[in-house]
Design a protein around this ligand. Sequence first.
Ligand code: ACO
Length: 324
Amino acid sequence: MKAKIMGAGSYTPQKKVSNAMLEEIMDTNDEWIKSRTGIENRHISEGEDTSILCGKAALDILGKTGISAKEIDFIIVATMTPDGSSPSTACLVQDFIGAKPVMAFDVNAACSGFIYALSIAEKLIQSGAYQYGLVLGGEVMSKIIDWQDRSTAVLFGDGAGGVLLGASETENSFLGEDIHSDGSRGDSLTAGKRAVSNFQLEQATENGFLKMEGRAIFDFAIRSVPESIRTVVEASNSTLEDIDCIVAHQANYRILKAIAKKLKIPVEKFATNIAEYGNTSAASIPILLDELLTNGDLVLGSKKKIVLTGFGGGLTWGSMLIQL
Ligand code: ACO
């Protein structure tokens, strides 16, 4: 069987927090944030956890595609901010949307998570064992941010998005992929660290907040992502000119500009909504994809070629060439 993207959906919390609002709670300013990152607002959860954001994004996808929750055969959630270690966020989504007791599990590859989840989902559909699968990326980054640390607090936002994959005998949305990890550099972005603590050991002191060496991640992104995009495009016998749009993880507009420069393509080829949502980690690619489909910039069935590309903690990075 072939795997086809049937539609997308998303959900972001109502509460919008502008750079000016952050100025009131920390030593930062709109000019620094905008010029360094392109971020103007982010949406912050007022209590809804990751499973609720993902569940509402899933209902949006089902509404737009006309497929009922009872027809779903598996649910994968990419997240680095699950409600908890167990139950998985995907299991909570299965209950929230009223799906049958189908296979549901989480994937953690930080900001590359949606790419990893989509790759796995494509293989499940290709196996012929499943008709429909929900692939979601969702994060409540605000719960792992140290709100005293201005170097990370201004960057992230909360939200969820995803796509529905369906099995098809004729239509294939997936043309190639290039996906990697390098744990040896994992220390440059950590979150949720919990030291071993038990009856034999002293109390752990780690707080688990997200810590990032911003410059190291910036350099890693502008080195790895252009190479990955080039690899996936060339391996699929296409050229960069054949690509209509690049939907990249929304971490920093300056990163997108640097990637475009390295690839010698106009930055306008990169869709962006970072100004409105900030960095929503695993949710950023599907939220943007949904926005492009909703506003008509991308059209299902148009056969346009699109590169999805992500990078982040792990370190992880990867690209997929898809055709809508
Ligand atoms: N407001 C005002 N000033 C600030 C702020 C802030 N919010 N944060 C830092 N500064 C100051 C610093 O203290 C420093 O001051 P100093 O020169 O007096 O010491 C100055 O600004 C410059 O700081 P840098 O960290 O050097 O700034 P840089 O230009 O590198 O930008 C940034 C930082 C935006 C984090 C950038 O490095 C970046 O975007 N990195 C990539 C992050 C990323 O892509 N993450 C994606 C993965 S996330 C994931 O996987 C979950």
